[in-house]
Design a protein around this ligand. Structure first.
Ligand code: 6AU
Length: 272
């Protein structure tokens, strides 16, 4: 895989995990490798933005714990929009605890993430037991997990041997771990040369912006072209699309969503 560029279409055909397969198929069907990160705190803005960007994305990323007026109807509507506009859902929960605790956080509580989120993510810091815990809940439901192998922030500690160990953990749990939050392709990372196993990890990449290089809190942005060239598969864009608030300009959100979709797709086509 690392030495040969493979299309999303070919990868969809052979991917064993249902969530990864569905994501790759959606990318192909909609010609979109764009995931919009909807980091707003009001229910109305949250659902409005998703309704507007829905046609342009393969995936919607949520942080449901930041919604001030959260109730179960938000999830019902999110699921309706997911069917109507044909996108998958990724709750960016960043689990980071022992297996037993993350299994409860994933299945239960106010948000019941596993029941509606096709994909979620976890920090590898506790070791493989975090995968065992999440997999006990998510695998029977056909869900997929991403490990945070790298981060987009200045001074991130997720580098070097930490990143390599994360990839090794994923390799040992391919049935449930579908890839990474990272800044480049993770195929082949941490492998000894004798190991010929063929990696096909999805890489979803935050820290993407066309007009800005970062924010005042350590975020760093690269362009869709730069991240695709480095082997990333999905671009995650938040404020680049809906601005920094407080109010949301719906017409501009639509234009930016199409602009980023088109930039992400042309960057991919250049690699084919
Ligand atoms: O485009 P932004 O900067 O408005 O939003 C980026 C989104 C935020 C972060 O919580 C998330 O991406 N993120 C992540 C994820 C997805 O796990 C990891 C990371 O290293 N950097 C990052 O920004 O919702």
């Amino acid at each position: 895989m690392p030495d040969k560029f493979t299309s999303y279409e070919e990868r969809a055909k052979r991917h064993p995990n249902p969530a990864a397969k569905a994501l790759l198929e959606t990318i192909v069907r909609k010609k979109s490798n764009l995931c919009v990160s909807v980091d707003v705190t009001g229910k109305a803005d949250f659902l409005n933005i998703i309704d507007i960007v829905g046609p342009y994305v393969c995936l919607i990323k949520t942080h449901v714990d930041i919604i001030e007026d959260f109730d179960a109807s938000i999830i019902d509507r999110l699921q309706e929009l997911s069917k109507q506009h044909d996108f998958l859902i990724f709750e960016d929960r960043k689990f980071a605890d022992i297996g037993n605790t993350v299994a409860l956080q994933y299945s239960s509580g106010v948000h019941k993430i596993a029941s509606w989120s096709h994909i979620t993510n976890a920090h590898p810091v506790p070791g493989p037991s975090i995968i065992t815990g999440l997999s006990s809940v998510g695998k029977p439901l056909g869900r997929g997990l991403l490990l945070l192998a790298e981060m987009s922030t200045k001074g991130s500690l997720a580098t070097g041997s930490y990143t390599e160990e994360a990839v090794k953990m994923a390799r040992a749990h391919r049935d449930f771990v579908i890839g990474f939050i990272a800044q480049r392709s993770m195929n082949g990372v941490g492998k000894d040369t004798a190991d010929t196993t063929d990696d096909d990890f999805l890489v979803l990449t935050p820290g993407v912006g066309l007009d800005s290089k970062g924010d005042a809190m350590g975020q760093q942005y690269r362009t869709p072209e730069e991240v695709l060239r480095d082997g990333c598969d999905v671009i995650i864009v938040g404020r680049g699309i809906y601005g920094k608030g407080p109010s949301v300009d719906i017409q501009s959100v639509r234009e930016q969503a199409e602009r980023y979709r088109s930039a992400g797709w042309s960057a991919y086509e250049k690699l084919l």
